[in-house]
Design a protein around this ligand. Structure first.
Ligand code: 6PG
Length: 231
């Protein structure tokens, strides 16, 4: 498991943006494109805003999503809307390269259609972590330790509203060339320690699916981890 990258909260956005930019430039140089699935929630937004300020081969970037809430793309809860305002509405990524997750005509049909257009493997999946150790929209209470056979599924009863979502599956996470997990804040310090230490239990802690990821943490989120590492 990689050593977490722990930075001051004031440096996290630029550190994350520079890390993603390095992967994007390398992928475009070697394969002519960079296929990235973006995390939703609030944590990654400053990273996306910093990324928009960099000089990247935007026309070769292809934007997918790690998960999405089943709301209109203009809804305040939409992960697409957050990423559009923070990133791709600010840079010249061709519209054809941006692939929103939508739940129309219905979540199950939409999940199958999104799986069909998703590159395998993705070059990078960006992920967050909830306080219940969920990631994307893979929540505890389901045994996510086994492949489900498809890259995208619909979730009907997410404990984090909105309840209806689409999400990448363990299969897509497992297949990705690289994973980046970003967690900030003292409120998740205990969960970060549980996520990164102890036996690997993705049947109980979905975030364990991303243990191999590069973890970008601010000092507050890493606090208990640092204590355990000094123990
Ligand atoms: C979502 C996200 C979800 C998020 C975590 C952390 O759609 O809700 O994909 O997995 O990454 O819940 O959310 P915050 O970054 O807002 O703490």
């Amino acid at each position: 498991m990689a050593i977490p990258v722990i930075v001051d909260s004031t440096e996290l956005a630029q550190t994350g943006a520079d890390w993603i930019a390095g992967r994007a430039r390398a992928a475009v140089a070697s394969r002519g494109r960079f296929d990235v699935a973006l995390a939703g929630g609030s944590t990654p937004r400053p990273i996306y805003e910093a990324l928009a300020g960099l000089d990247l081969p935007w026309r070769q970037l292809h934007i997918f999503f790690s998960d999405e809430r089943c709301v209109p793309l203009t809804h305040p809860d939409s992960n697409y809307r957050m990423a559009r305002l923070a990133l791709f509405g600010q840079v010249p990524i061709p519209a054809a390269n941006i692939h929103p997750m939508t739940c129309t005509p219905g979540p199950y049909t939409a999940a199958a259609r999104y799986a069909a257009l998703l590159p395998t493997p993705l070059d990078l999946i960006v992920l967050g972590m909830g306080e219940d150790l969920h990631t994307a929209s893979l929540f505890p209470g389901v045994d996510w330790s086994k492949p489900v056979g498809v890259a995208v599924v619909a979730i009907e009863n997410a404990p984090k509203p909105p309840a209806e979502r689409l999400t990448l599956t363990p299969d897509a996470i497992q297949a990705a060339r690289e994973l980046l997990v970003v967690v900030t804040g003292a409120g998740k310090a205990q969960q970060v320690a549980l996520a990164l230490t102890g036996p690997e239990r993705p049947d109980r802690y979905p975030i364990h699916l991303a243990r191999r990821a590069t973890w970008l943490l601010d000092r507050a989120a890493a606090a208990q981890l640092e204590e355990s590492s000094h123990a």
